[in-house]
Ligand binder design. Structure first.
Ligand code: PRX
Length: 653
């Protein structure tokens, strides 16, 4: 299908609504960040990051030059060596925090496991020794495909300990998606599980792993966590039970000092083509970004109980469930299951039981809770919460207010955090006690981060105007590239405005200079906080023998933010039917994962095209939203729109 890259809708036309202010009452006096941080960073950005890198990270070899910037390639903390697992675990044990809880893990059926920093150290070392036994060496890639079990962060840290890179694939992704990622990364070992619990059901995973591994020649070993204990089909010589393999290892494994720029992980995310991009993150700069922002944006204190319910397979999970919190010796919660199991108060019950003080989640979750009403949070004492965070999508004022009132007791401030898989850590956010928060605005760039909103020619827009959000300076946790595709890295992020990083988001700055996000300006949609490429879904649909072509757009959705809306034309000899619609939906879920399954699927005899042959997505977006498609003068056959609109009333929900 069309692989046309960035198409920009008129940014001014997107919604913008100034909203009321809310002050972070009472926080200013105690908050861990101060306004002085902005001044320090403005005065000398490199000196600022160098100071933080020396203070926040433990180095085995100190770095020399802070930044080598050969646009668009950055090297941070040049010559420095450190070990990320050591920074996240051992150093805390060495300074007397061995008995501090790193994770309270809660299984969906109610089983629990508590891991102190000392426990984590032993587990990580054993797992690292197991990887070494399987032949994994520094620089190798290990794929991890696990549900939310403690072995997930343990496996990530085990890789970091021996200098191997991990690539975590969200366990909701299909076998095909897993195979693609393994092949792109050329991973040699896969860590997976027999399955996990989801909504009261046992959900198998190993069969997906087996199906994937059938087409991944690089995989030599598969390590299987026995979460369900039902047994699994094991291939002799290739498959190993985690319990046996890891269980027999020594709990000592010296951390390997690695270069500051050693690859820590690859994380695949959707771009504007059918092929997901393997975003490359390295060690020291990434860890610094996570640890600094986790401490300052969430105003972390030693006795906090912090909970970010995001899946570890997402960048939010990497940065704010694993690396940031652990680098800061925080106590966190890991919950395996669904928010509605056994009932919609499951999260609030966990907050009450563990006296959670900081909760960082996504607007999709908040909207889902809103739908269920206030009775659920009301049933529990949420008085321990002192700060709330949100991010990943825009939050509406209604959801903001609900979160503030019913979860935050109208007391806890909310930080709305803007960032991306590529940025590694939070870039734009209020700072508690420093910034005045406005519901719906992400406030201003954090200290050390340069962001601007520019027009199509790259000139900063006037206050009140909309434009492209760009980042103007390199930052320590920035992506270092797209795995195996330097050209795509240059093209995607650095070619539109040379020297500046293109985020792909539209934004607006208000009279006070605060930033408001306006949505994507490319063919990426955000479904329940998951980034999806419309072209990836189109390609999956077009793969089906009945499909001639498909066009996919996002449609506003009350809960998920956006829902997948697919327009499908059929090959001759195939007729639209409910059964075919179901089949096509499942086909997409199989190819990409359930999150990409179209919520709406409309059979249409034609797709609207411009005279040059490009599919008119703007028009399709408007039809999907049920709006009038406006100007169609560039359309090759204006009658097509009428036909589609007639059908649109019948799109399946
Ligand atoms: O469009 C922006 C949206 O999520 C995209 C990044 O998605 P992903 O790489 O999955 O990273 C999620 C990490 C939070 C962005 O390009 N986005 C992220 N945060 C916000 C947001 N949109 C509005 N407000 C936010 N706070």
């Amino acid at each position: 299908m069309s692989s046309k890259a960035t198409r920009a809708p008129a940014l001014e036309a997107l919604s913008f609504e100034p909203r009321t202010r809310s002050l972070d009452a009472g926080l200013a006096a105690r908050a861990s960040a101060t306004a002085a941080l902005y001044a320090e960073a403005d005065a000398d950005q490199e000196a600022f990051w160098a100071r933080l890198a020396r203070e926040r990270l433990t180095w085995s070899t100190p770095f020399g030059v802070t930044l080598e910037w050969d646009p668009p390639f950055a090297k941070w903390f040049v010559g420095g060596e450190l070990n990320v697992a050591y920074n996240c675990v051992d150093r805390h044990v060495e300074r007397g925090l061995g008995e501090k809880v790193a994770y309270h893990w809660i299984g969906e059926p109610g089983d629990t496991r508590t891991l102190t920093y000392r426990d984590l150290q032993g587990e990580v070392n054993r797992a690292a020794n197991a990887l070494l036994e399987l032949g994994v060496r520094r620089g190798d890639r290990v794929a991890i495909y696990l549900p939310m079990v403690p072995e997930l962060p343990i496996a990530m840290l085990a890789c970091a300990r021996i200098g191997a890179a991990h690539t975590v694939v969200y366990s909701g992704f299909s076998a095909e998606a897993l195979a693609d990622r393994i092949n792109d990364a050329r991973a040699t070992v896969l860590v997976t599980a027999d399955g996990g619990w989801r909504r009261g059901r046992r959900v198998g995973l190993k069969h997906h792993a087996d199906e994937a591994v059938a087409s991944t020649p690089s995989i030599r070993h598969v390590v299987v966590v026995g979460r369900l204990g039902d047994g699994a089909h094991m291939v002799d010589g290739r498959d190993h039970w985690w319990g046996e393999l890891v269980g027999r290892q020594s709990d000592r494994c010296d951390p390997v000092p690695v270069d500051a720029e050693q690859v820590l992980f690859l994380l695949y995310t959707s771009g504007t083509t059918a092929r997901p991009k393997g975003i490359v993150h390295t060690s020291a700069g990434y860890l610094l970004g996570c640890s600094f922002t986790h401490a300052t944006v969430f105003d972390l204190r030693p006795d906090d109980v912090y909970w970010c319910p995001a899946d570890v397979g997402s960048i939010t999970g990497h940065s704010y469930v694993v690396y940031g919190p652990l680098a800061n010796a925080a106590t966190g919660i890991l919950y395996e299951g669904a928010p509605d199991t056994p009932d919609w108060d499951r999260w609030w019950q966990i907050v009450e039981e563990h006296r959670v003080t900081l909760l960082y989640t996504a607007p999709t979750a908040i909207r889902a809770f809103m739908r269920q009403g206030q009775a659920h949070p009301r049933r529990h004492d949420l008085g321990s919460i002192r700060l709330l965070g949100t991010g990943g999508e825009s939050i509406t004022p209604e959801a903001w207010r609900w979160f503030h009132e019913h979860v935050g007791g109208s007391r806890a401030p909310i930080v709305d955090t803007w960032w991306q898989t590529e940025t590694g850590s939070i870039m734009i956010s209020p700072l508690p006690g420093v910034t005045v928060a406005k519901p719906g605005s992400v406030a201003r760039p954090l200290p050390g981060i340069g962001a601007e909103i520019v027009d199509g020619s790259g000139n900063p827009v006037a206050k009140g105007g909309g434009g492209y959000l760009v980042l103007t300076r390199p930052w320590p946790s920035m992506l270092r590239g797209i795995h195996g595709d330097e050209e795509r890295y240059r093209q995607t992020y650095w070619s539109r405005f040379p020297g500046r990083y293109l985020t792909g988001d539209g934004a607006k700055r208000d009279e006070d200079g605060d930033v408001w996000l306006l949505g994507r300006v490319d063919d990426v949609i955000n479904v329940a906080g998951h980034r999806l490429s419309t072209i990836e879904v189109e390609t999956a649909l077009a793969d089906h023998p009945a499909v001639a072509e498909a066009a996919v757009v996002g449609r506003t959705d009350d809960v998920a933010g956006q829902a997948v809306f697919a327009f499908v034309t059929l090959e001759a000899g195939h007729a639209p039917s409910d059964a075919l619609a179901v089949q096509l939906r499942e086909h997409v879920a199989y190819a990409i994962g359930p999150i990409a399954r179209p919520a709406y699927l409309l059979f249409t005899p034609h797709l609207p095209r411009t005279r040059s042959g490009a599919i008119m997505r703007r028009l399709l977006r408007e039809i999907a939203e049920g709006r009038s498609p406006g100007d169609t003068s560039s359309l090759a056959d204006a009658g097509v729109v009428e036909t589609i609109r007639e059908h649109a009333g019948r799109a399946e929900d």
